[in-house]
Ligand binder design. Structure first.
Ligand SMILES: [Zn+2]
Length: 144
């Protein structure tokens, strides 16, 4: 059995589509994702297609049930954070500037971390408090 792609999809519940759709559009389209045609007005999705044709999709949508009123925190069980590859430090810096241009509060501006040699990342929250990261790690994503 061979796996195609790394993941098929991640679906994120959001409290306010009018905040999250522009946020994810700005982030994901800058990262090279393409928006897919909405099948449902309560959802929006973006995809990447790898060299072998496998799709990876991120969808934001209204929760199926009644959400709690509280904001997500990375201290709760569940997702701590999601990290996206960047091809270079310059790309991490470019994403940072792009996020600022779109009014995103970036509380961890680009800097190096000692997780592995050359690890360089920017960190910020989505509108519901889900932690996101864009990282260039030359040990897992060699610069081309
Ligand atoms: Zn991380």
């Amino acid at each position: 059995m061979a796996i195609r792609g790394f993941l098929s999809h991640i679906d994120l519940n959001v409290s306010d589509l009018s905040a999250s759709v522009p946020f994810y559009a700005a982030l994901l389209e800058r990262l090279g994702f393409e928006r897919t045609a909405p099948a449902d007005p309560e959802r929006a999705a973006w995809r990447l297609i790898d060299d072998r044709g496998a799709h990876f999709e991120i969808e934001v949508r209204r929760p199926r049930g009644t959400p709690s009123a509280r904001r997500h925190t990375r201290n709760d069980p569940g997702i701590d954070h999601l990290a996206f590859h960047a091809d270079s430090r310059a790309d991490v810096d470019a994403i940072f500037e792009h996020l600022l241009d779109h009014g995103v509060a970036v509380d961890e501006p680009p800097r190096g971390y000692d997780y592995s040699p050359g690890y360089y990342a920017v960190g910020f929250d989505d509108p519901d408090g889900i932690r996101l990261e864009v990282v260039h790690d030359p040990t897992t994503n060699p610069e081309r």
